[in-house]
Design a binder for this molecule. Structure first.
Ligand SMILES: [Zn+2]
Length: 439
């Protein structure tokens, strides 16, 4: 008896892995370089007048596949890209399901929203005025991207090995609310959530970390991961042999501050990786299973669309993007007989037992979503990510919708929507999260 107690005490004293037991989890991981081989027009800033001229960072798609004791699986994929589309994510999901049995609903695909990556076909379709040759390059890249994303998840699913999961967090302060350019008094969340994946021997194999801030320190003419790219590189250097994956939060209305140079992107990247390292230096909370994964869509209606007569009258009016939108909507009317009246918004939930719940929202969600969800679910540990599965438009809260401006509705035109959303957008989304988080 005494011997047992002593062994337990020694175990507690020398428990350098936060007292985690191997055997709860198997985790697989993989990475694939998604830097375009052929130069593809750059995404994010519609005003660019020339094409890409080089590569500061290779762009990556990185995948983690988790399997709990019961064999239930979930995949998380991060990408150094402006955003994915529903078409691409669904196509990847269906292909992976066929090969591995991991269903579409079990796969979360997040985008870092770097503005120094290639145009992704269908993401902000109106923003770029591409020639036929440039469009062909974009189409070819999209096909390759679909192949690569499928491949990276399959590879991760084939490399499952025993692992322990642990969670911690810290803060990085370079995000600032950007409503009306710079809004130091506006809401922002500086939390840096960190999920550490160690192998059975206690070595760090992967680090999933997040931050809620536009990944827009710079607008280079080179492929570059921006601050998120620098942070991932710094972490993979600090923990040799590991995979560092950045997951963007609800950063729709936050920018890095200050911004404008590559040196600042590196500085912010280092602030973020330092926060991750600080979190990892503390005792982390063990994360146990079982996994629960849910995925559902809810229609977010737009205000009433313009009539054909109104569109015909509008032709040639407004800025170049408004003119393109009018043309685009007239074509939609011709081809489909109607203008789209809503978007099927996605919410995805990955619960790691009672220890951590990841909520993945589609689109460029603003920080109010994360703040409200943390308040309404204060009894459980939430990690709320935006930019999941598809970047189809900004997702304003009710407050931002009412205030209007870029994220409130003005930016809808770049995405090919007449917009803005009808009132009630925030409650529709929050209600769906509640539905999915019910036991
Ligand atoms: Zn954006």
């Amino acid at each position: 008896m005494l011997r047992t107690i002593l062994i337990c005490l020694v175990g507690l004293l020398f428990c350098d892995q936060d007292c985690l037991e191997a055997g709860d989890w198997k985790v697989g991981m993989a990475r694939v370089d998604i830097t375009p081989v052929k130069p593809v027009w750059m995404a994010g800033y519609a005003s660019r007048k020339k094409t890409v001229e080089g590569t500061t960072h290779p762009l990556w798609a990185k995948a983690l596949v988790f399997e709990d004791k019961q064999g239930k699986r979930a995949a998380i994929v991060t990408t150094d890209l402006i955003g994915l589309t529903r078409e691409i994510s669904d196509a990847v999901g269906n292909r992976v399901a066929e090969k591995t049995g991991i269903t579409r609903a079990q796969i979360l695909l997040n985008s870092s929203h770097t503005h120094c990556g290639p145009v992704v076909r269908g993401c902000a379709a109106i923003a770029y005025d591409l020639t036929a040759a440039q469009q062909k390059d974009v189409d070819e890249y999209a096909k390759l991207l679909e192949d690569n994303l499928t491949r990276v998840i399959i590879q991760a699913s084939e490399s499952l090995s025993e692992a322990t999961l642990a969670y911690g967090e810290d803060k990085a302060t370079f995000a600032i609310n950007r409503r009306g350019k710079i809004n130091p008094d506006g809401p922002v969340d500086h939390t840096v959530p960190v999920l550490r994946i160690n192998d059975a021997a206690g070595k760090t194999k992967a680090i999933l970390f997040g931050y809620a801030c536009h990944n827009t320190t710079i607008g280079l003419f080179e492929y570059c991961g921006d601050y998120a790219g620098f942070a991932q590189i710094a972490l993979e250097k600090k923990y040799p042999g590991s995979l560092a994956l950045f997951m963007l939060g609800c950063g729709g209305d936050a920018n890095p501050e200050p911004r404008g140079t590559l040196a600042l992107a590196e500085q912010h990247g280092n602030s973020l990786s330092d926060a991750v390292i600080r979190a990892m230096d503390q005792p982390l909370d063990p994360i146990k299973g079982p996994l629960t994964v849910k995925f559902q869509r809810t229609d977010l209606p737009f205000v009433d669309p313009p009539s054909k007569e109104a569109l015909i009258k509008q032709q040639g009016q407004g800025d170049v993007y408004s003119q393109r939108l009018t043309k685009y909507l007239l074509k939609q009317l011709d081809q489909q007989g109607a203008i789209e009246t809503s978007y099927p918004f996605s919410v995805q939930v990955i619960a790691f037992g009672a220890d951590l719940t990841l909520v993945g929202l589609g689109g460029e969600a603003v920080i109010d979503y994360s703040i409200r969800l943390h308040e309404e679910f204060s009894g459980r540990r939430l990690w709320v990510a935006g930019y999941c599965n598809e970047v189809f438009a900004y997702v304003p809260s009710e407050r931002v919708l009412k205030e209007g401006g870029y994220e409130g509705g003005d930016a809808m035109k770049y995405f090919g929507f007449h917009g803005p959303f009808q009132p009630g957008v925030e409650d529709r989304i929050i209600q769906l999260v509640h539905t999915l988080l019910k036991p």
